[in-house]
Design a protein around this ligand. Structure first.
Ligand code: HT7
Ligand code: ZN
Length: 878
């Protein structure tokens, strides 16, 4: 498959101003008639051909201005030559939704029709210039058997609906906004919906709808509440109102990703819609809120202003992740106060470090705005999404919240209705904030889009009592990444404060034009730069990169004693948590390397103090008491021995369970709920900490606590408590685990999303054997065709259970290769994601790397492999 390069971009030669699509929906053979109004773009050569993409569809007829027209076949579609300046084009094609197991284009989930067009699915429906910079007005006519598909939906407004004489239903939808093909959607299904009418701040009435299968209506309240909150938040925070009369969310159980922001018709994985207290955990509630927000926010950042080409994907994804993170922080703060904001931030950083840092250090490292790809679906990555969001966040840090809002306004006034680039966004932000650090360093700031890799910062401080100055020297460097040997210094905003040895915040003055205060924003732009802080009264401990103000790896050079002070006293909650993580790492890493785990009294006392501090939020305590993940530990090491890391991690958890037993017991009793279930921040935080206590108590192997956990699996009144108890039993390899699992499965056999959890829990269990994974795959409810279910077993084992997956005999790798091949034949997108489980194989210690390599090479040599999976394996083996 060809490599597509960013610099090859050429503007489209033709615009399609209007299109009418007629669908005669049939599972085996759906007929699509497309009638387009085409116009040559000003400036395009009169000889320019019209290139239409098409994949897995059959062309039945093609008429230009009503007459058959000769076309040429190309690699991925057709080409029309010798065209008039404007013309009408009519193309009739057929496709087979039932045979579409890739879940891209028009496909069936159960007995219903759905579409997924991002990134390149529309070409699997009809011939079209399937690129985001061709924006058209769509009218859509749907016809389908009314008895099977009573609900017919597409983007925009329903113009008419009528029964036809042949037992079919016909619906006509019209989208008032021009849009790229990737935002097209249709649904034909038997569904029910929850409706809500709202009036916006601007006074306009809207109808909100959440469509689900019959029987799931009682699980739609939270999604609807989240949608209403999203509409209100975007108006309030950015002045962006809903621009449609009707906004629909439809849930589907077969879906490659989380959700899709099709204009006015968002299609969601059921996992991110359905929730009630009996079936969904607190984490599920939280994810639903943020994904509903994310897709809704795309209506402006993505749909009204879209991407010029797919290299600009982060233009919409990075910005929209930033927006959904801010939304969730604001909502959490409403019920949990300011510390809830910090908890959210810590969780987001934890995700970034768990998924994006390894990507940036591995064979798939790429800039936030990639330079090339083979399969664009492989570039829906943590770098484009999460690091992209950090880049937007740094802009906000550099220009302030109000400056950022001004930048957004300028961005919309300049580009509404256009398909633009990441540079356009940066230019709007900088232009709206003249004289700001972002404006001054705008060119260099652009390196965040262009350079891959995580910069490493080193800090060294020197206090001079005589002059009352503290000189902080920061250096930055970034390791080479594939295709980028030399790196330039980037713009790194470092929010910082100083803490005295007594724990009190120390005031200082960071420059001539700033006042004395407890915090400053330093802007590092050079490879090495010294900042002199004035009026410092005592030798301080620097608290750097507060709130994680830049996505970098920081070596602050601090020792244990300083970290213990920061953990106990820093006014910045992020850095308090960070101190705890580093204290844990400085005990875990030597133990992994030398096998001698020391869990000392000073560290335990510090953790105990956090647990006992009545002023601290339970959710924050839970984060502080949660060790760095095995994956994060691995990233700190030159050579990875996953089973060894796992054993050390387990040993440390056991030590915390034993040494803090009295505190865990106390927490269990004091955090008992005094009212019914609510997923709000405060209650979820109490549950989280209480269940962490139960997890540790079960680890002790104590029959009494394991019995309590079993009892909770039986009678908890919500899924968070029930599932956490089950996980505590499985995680501690309790005897009661098997009975609890059986009981749970019997109770939730008819709830697919709950069964996904059940499958995943076992696939991720400590010591899971491959035969146990195969047994799960023989379960009557297992299917490779359903991405959620396939991921719950196979991805959880291969990517989420390093201690069991990496085996000296290489059996885990052979299993992985077998599953990648099997999945690739069904759904390359899902297979390519699983293929990434071996991204970091070169870092594995002997004998793991040695047994992985031949397996990977054999898989890569398989002739039938998709371009998606081939691209991933090719990079891993390069
Ligand atoms: N913009 C959406 C991306 C997406 C997607 C991409 C490739 C293949 C399938 C897909 N489903 C959804 C989701 C989002 O970021 O909001
Ligand atoms: Zn998105």
């Amino acid at each position: 498959a060809p490599v597509i390069s960013r610099l090859q971009y050429e503007a489209p030669a033709y615009a399609i101003d209007q299109v009418t699509l007629e669908f005669d929906l049939d599972p085996e053979r759906t007929r699509v008639k497309s009638r387009m109004q085409v116009r040559r773009m000003p400036g395009a050569a009169p000889t320019a051909p019209l290139l239409l993409d098409g994949e897995d569809i059959t062309l039945q007829s093609l008429l230009l201005d009503g007459k058959p027209y000769v076309y040429a076949q190309t690699d991925g579609g057709i080409r029309l030559d010798k065209l008039p300046e404007t013309f009408a084009l009519e193309i009739v094609t057929a496709c087979s939704p039932r045979g579409n197991t890739r879940l891209s284009g028009l496909y069936m989930s159960g007995d219903a029709f759905f579409t997924q067009c991002e990134a390149e699915g529309f070409r699997r429906i009809t011939y079209w210039p399937d690129r985001p910079d061709v924006m058209s007005r769509f009218t859509v006519v749907l016809r389908a058997d009314k008895s099977i598909y009573p609900v017919l939906l597409s983007n925009g407004n329903l113009r008419s609906q009528r029964p036809l004489d042949d037992g079919r239903l016909e619906a006509v939808w019209e989208d008032p906004f021009p849009k790229p093909s990737y935002l097209f959607a249709l649904v034909a299904a038997r569904l029910v919906c929850r409706e809500q009418r709202i009036r916006s701040r601007a006074g306009r009435e809207h109808l909100l709808q959440v469509y689900v299968r019959e029987g799931d209506l009682d699980k739609t309240d939270h999604a609807m509440q989240s949608l209403m909150a999203s509409v209100a938040w975007d108006e309030q925070r950015f002045g962006l109102s809903l621009d449609l009369d009707r906004f629909m969310i439809v849930a589907v159980s077969d879906f490659n990703m989380g959700a899709m922001e099709n204009k006015g018709l968002n299609i969601f994985n059921t996992k991110y819609v359905l929730a009630n207290p009996a079936t969904a955990t607190d984490a599920d509630y939280q994810h639903i809120e943020s994904v509903v927000g994310h897709e809704y926010f795309h209506n402006w950042t993505g749909n009204r202003i879209t991407c010029r080409d797919w290299f600009q994907l982060s233009l919409k994804e990075g910005l929209t992740v930033f927006r959904d993170q801010e939304f969730s922080q604001d909502l959490a703060a409403q019920s949990g106060g300011e510390s809830a904001r910090a908890v959210k931030r810590i969780e987001d950083v934890r995700t970034l470090r768990a998924v994006q840092f390894p990507e940036d250090a591995g064979p798939m490292a790429h800039p936030v705005r990639p330079d090339s790809y083979v399969a664009i679906d492989n570039f829906y990555t943590p770098t484009v999404y999460e690091k992209g969001a950090e880049v937007v966040r740094m802009m906000q840090t550099l220009v302030g919240r109000a400056g950022f809002a001004k930048g957004m306004q300028l961005y919309f006034s300049r580009h509404d209705g256009q398909a633009v680039t990441c540079d356009d966004f940066l230019a709007a932000m900088a232009d709206a904030n003249p004289g700001s650090a972002l404006d001054t360093h705008r060119q260099q700031f652009g390196l965040w889009y262009a350079q891959a890799g995580t910069p490493r910062l080193r800090a060294q401080g020197r206090f001079d009592a005589a002059s009352r100055t503290y000189t902080l020297t920061l250096t930055q460097a970034c390791q080479p990444t594939p295709g980028q040997g030399e790196k330039q210094a980037q713009v790194v905003p470092v929010r910082m404060g100083l803490v005295g040895r007594d724990g009190a915040a120390l005031a200082f003055r960071a420059g001539d034009r700033t006042g004395r205060g407890p915090e400053a924003l330093l802007v590092l732009t050079q490879p090495e730069q010294s900042f002199v802080l004035h009026e410092v009264d005592a030798d301080p401990i620097p608290s750097l990169l507060r709130g994680f103000s830049a996505p970098v790896i920081l070596d602050d050079g601090l020792g244990d004693a300083d970290r213990l002070i920061l953990l106990a006293h820093d006014t910045d909650p992020f850095n308090r948590w960070e101190a705890a993580q580093r204290l844990a790492l400085s005990r875990l890493l030597p133990a992994v390397c030398e096998g001698d785990l020391k869990v000392d009294a000073a560290y335990l006392d510090a953790l105990r103090a956090v647990l006992r501090d009545p002023a601290l939020d339970p959710a924050f305590k839970e984060l502080v008491l949660t060790l760095p993940s095995e994956g994060y530990i691995a990233e700190q090491l030159g050579e990875i021995d996953p089973p060894r890391i796992h054993q050390t991690h387990q040993a440390m958890r056991l030590a915390l369970a034993q040494q803090l037993q009295a505190d865990w017991e106390q927490l269990w009793h004091t955090l008992a709920p005094n009212r019914g279930y609510s997923p709000d921040f405060a209650d979820a935080g109490r549950r989280g900490l209480r269940n962490l206590a139960l997890t540790h108590l079960c680890l002790l192997g104590d029959a009494q606590w394991q019995g309590r956990a079993y009892q909770r699996v039986k009678d908890a009144d919500n899924m968070t408590d029930r599932f956490d108890a089950l996980a505590a039993l499985v995680g501690s390899r309790a005897q009661l685990a098997e009975a609890a699992l059986q009981r749970f499965a019997a109770q939730f056999a008819h709830e697919p999303l709950v069964m996904d959890k059940w499958f995943a829990l076992q696939a991720g269990a400590p010591g899971a054997e491959i035969e146990a994974i195969r047994a799960l795959m023989r379960h009557a409810d297992f299917s490779l065709r359903n991405p959620n279910r396939a991921r719950s077993v196979i991805s959880t084992f291969c990517q989420g259970n390093p201690g069991a997956f990496h085996r000296a005999d290489g059996a885990g790798y052979a299993f992985w290769a077998e599953q990648v091949r099997a999945l690739d034949a069904i759904n390359p997108q899902v297979a390519a994601r699983l293929a990434r489980a071996m991204d970091r194989w070169r870092k594995l210690a002997p004998p793991y790397a040695q047994s992985a390599e031949p397996v990977m090479r054999e898989l890569a040599a398989h002739p039938g492999l998709s371009a998606d999976t081939r691209e991933i394996l090719g990079k891993a083996l390069a």
